[in-house]
Design a protein around this ligand. Structure first.
Ligand code: ADP
Length: 488
C-alpha cells in the first residue's frame, strides 16, 4: 500500500511530545511490513539547523492564504529508507518554536498549518506519489480531509485516496476566529454546527473528525473516554456518531531508538540479562544533577510537558509532603508559565534532595529514564503516554494515575501478579501519596524490587503489532474512498 503520513512533528527532526515519537516510529514499522511509506512535515528552523543535508526539489507550489498567492518549496530528506518531504515556507516555519513561544501560540498558526495542509495536497501530484491512504495526525493536519471532500471532491488524482485521522490529544483542537475560514479560502458554507464551527470558532480538528474516512486514537481506554463528556472536550457527540469508524490502537515505542543496551547518552549499558549497569547510571545521574550520592534512596522522576493535563496540580498539592518520604526527586520539563514558576522557585531549595531542569533535553531525558527508580505520571487524562513505556524499557517503575493509555499499559504490582507499576485512581494528592508509599514499601524489599525491574526490562512495547492494526484501518479507509468514488 502507498501511505503518506502527515504530521507537524517527527522524531528525529522536530519534537515537542509523543506525536513526534509516533510519527517517526510507525512509518518504519509499516515499511518493515513491506509498504511504501513516506512522511510530510514542515521545514522548521530546528530541522534546517540540524539536518541541512536535504535536496531541494523542483516543484512550484502556489498556495493562497489571506488573498496572497504564496510560493512554497519542498525539500526531500530521509528517515532510514523512508522519504521525508519537508514543506519549505520560511516566513511561517523558520522560527525558534514549532507552535509558539513560552508566552503562547504564534498568532498566525491557522495560516501556517492551513498553508501546510493545502501545500501537501498540491505537492503530491507534482511528486507523482498517489497515496492509497493519507494518515493525518492532530489538528495541524485536520483541514486535509476537508479539502479532499470539498474543493478536491472531483479531482481524479485523489479519487481512491482514503484518509485516517489520528487523535493524539483531543485537548488541542486548533481553534481560530471565524474570519480565518475566508482567509484560508475555505467555503463559508462549511461554517455551521454540523461543519467546522465549534462554539463560534473554526476548529481544524473538527474538520478532520467529520471528514476523515476513519478515526483512530492512541489507546483503547482513551477511545472509550473521548466518547464521554469529561474527556470529549465537546466532541463526544461527533465521536459517538462516528463510533463505527473509530478505533483505539496502542502506541508502541521505537525499541532501537530507546534501548538501554545501546544508548550512547548513558553512563553504562544494561539489559534484562545484565541489569547491573543501571546502578552506574543512577550514580552518574546523581553526580550530574548535584544530588547526594546515596544508592539507598530511590529517585522519583518526571519528564514531561509542563501542562495541567499532566497532573502537575496534583503533584504541587502533594508538595512538600512528598519530600518527607525517603526519596530524591528529579524533574525535567518545559511548558506553561504557572508550572514553570512553581518549579523555578524550588530550583535552589532542598539541595541534594531534588533537581529541577526547565527545558527540553533529549540526552538528559535518557539519563533520567536510566538513572531513576520510579517514574511519575499523575495525568488527569493521557491519550496513550509514552513516558511510562520508555520508563519501563529503561527499568524505571511507573507510578501513574489510572486513565487512558496509562490504564492500558501499567498494571498495579500490589494487585496483579506480574504487575509492572503502581496505579492510583482519584486525582488527589492523598491518592498519589498512598500509591507512592506502596511503591516505597516495595523498594525496601530489595529482591522484590529487582524482580519488578527485571520484569519491566523484559516487556515488549515494539510497534509491530500496532502497525498491523493500522494497516487494517488503512484498508478500510481506502475501501470507503473507493466506494465514495463509485457513487460520485
Ligand atoms: P505528550 O505527547 O503528551 O507530551 P508522551 O508521554 O506521549 O506525552 O510523550 C512525551 C515524549 O516527550 C517522551 O518521549 C518524553 O521523553 C519526551 N519529553 C517530554 N518532555 C521532555 C523534556 N522536557 N525534555 C526531553 N524530552 C521530553
Amino acid at each position: 500500500m502507498k501511505i503518506l503520513l502527515v504530521a507537524s512533528e517527527v522524531t528525529p527532526f522536530a519534537k515537542t511530545g509523543g506525536l513526534a515519537d509516533v510519527a517517526g516510529a510507525l512509518p518504519q514499522a509499516l515499511a518493515g511490513l513491506g509498504h511504501d511509506v513516506r512522511i510530510f512535515m514542515p521545514w522548521y528552523h530546528a530541522v534546517s539547523e540540524q539536518h541541512p543535508a536535504t535536496e531541494t526539489l523542483k516543484l512550484a507550489l502556489k498556495v493562497e492564504i489571506d488573498g496572497l498567492r504564496r510560493s512554497a518549496g519542498v525539500r526531500r530528506g530521509c528517515l532510514g529508507d523512508i522519504p521525508v518531504y519537508f514543506l519549505d515556507y520560511p516566513e511561517f516555519f523558520q522560527r525558534q518554536g514549532l507552535y509558539g513561544t513560552p508566552a503562547g501560540d504564534y498568532p498566525d498558526n491557522a495560516w501556517r498549518f492551513g498553508l501546510f495542509c493545502r501545500a501537501v495536497l498540491d505537492a503530491l501530484p507534482q511528486l507523482d506519489f498517489q497515496p492509497d491512504v493519507l494518515h493525518l495526525n492532530d489538528w495541524q493536519t485536520g483541514l486535509i480531509p476537508v479539502l479532499l471532500r470539498s474543493e478536491l471532491k472531483a479531482d481524479p488524482f485523489y479519487a481512491g485516496t482514503g484518509t485516517v485521522m489520528t487523535i493524539h490529544n483531543l485537548g488541542y483542537q486548533g481553534l481560530f476566529p471565524p474570519e480565518t475560514l475566508a482567509e484560508l479560502g475555505l467555503d463559508p458554507a462549511l461554517f455551521h454546527m454540523e461543519g467546522l464551527e465549534y462554539y463560534g470558532r473554526l476548529s481544524f480538528l473538527k474538520g478532520g473528525l467529520l471528514f476523515a474516512d476513519r478515526i483512530t486514537t492512541v489507546s483503547p481506554t482513551y477511545c472509550e473516554e473521548i466518547q464521554t463528556a469529561p474527556f470529549g472536550h465537546g466532541f463526544e457527540g461527533i465521536l459517538q456518531k462516528r463510533r463505527k469508524d473509530l478505533a483505539g490502537i496502542l502506541n508502541g515505542i521505537d525499541c532501537r531508538q530507546w534501548d538501554p543496551e545501546r544508548d550512547p547518552a548513558l553512563a553504562a549499558p544494561y539489559s534484562a540479562a545484565h541489569p547491573e549497569g543501571k546502578e552506574r547510571n543512577k550514580q552518574a545521574l546523581q553526580g550530574r544533577l548535584g544530588l547526594d550520592e546515596d544508592e539507598r534512596l530511590p529517585i522519583l522522576a518526571m519528564i514531561t510537558r509542563l501542562a495541567t493535563q499532566k497532573g502537575l496540580d496534583i503533584l504541587e498539592a502533594a508538595w512538600p509532603r512528598l519530600l518527607r518520604r525517603p526519596l530524591q526527586f528529579v524533574l525535567l520539563g518545559d511548558g506553561e508559565q504557572q508550572h514553570r514558576e512553581f518549579f523555578k522557585k524550588l530550583q535552589n531549595r532542598y539541595r541534594g534532595r531534588i533537581s529541577i531542569t526547565l527545558g527540553f533535553d533529549d540526552s538528559l531525558a535518557r539519563q533520567i529514564y536510566a538513572g531513576s527508580d520510579l517514574f511519575l505520571m499523575p495525568s488527569h487524562y493521557e491519550p496513550c503516554g509514552l513516558g511510562q513505556l520508555i520508563a519501563l524499557r529503561y527499568g524505571s517503575i511507573p507510578l501513574v494515575r489510572r486513565t487512558g493509555g496509562l490504564a492500558d499499559t501499567v498494571r498495579d504490582a500490589d494487585q496483579e501478579p506480574g504487575g509492572n507499576g503502581f496505579v492510583f485512581g482519584p486525582p488527589t494528592a492523598d491518592a498519589l501519596l498512598r500509591a507512592l508509599d506502596r511503591a516505597l514499601r516495595r523498594y525496601r524489599d530489595a529482591s522484590g524490587w529487582s524482580r519488578l525491574v527485571a520484569g519491566a526490562l523484559r516487556e515488549d512495547f515494539s510497534w509491530e503489532r500496532s502497525a498491523g492494526r493500522y494497516v487494517e484501518i488503512y484498508q478500510q479507509a481506502r475501501e470507503a474512498a473507493n466506494s465514495r468514488a463509485k457513487d460520485n
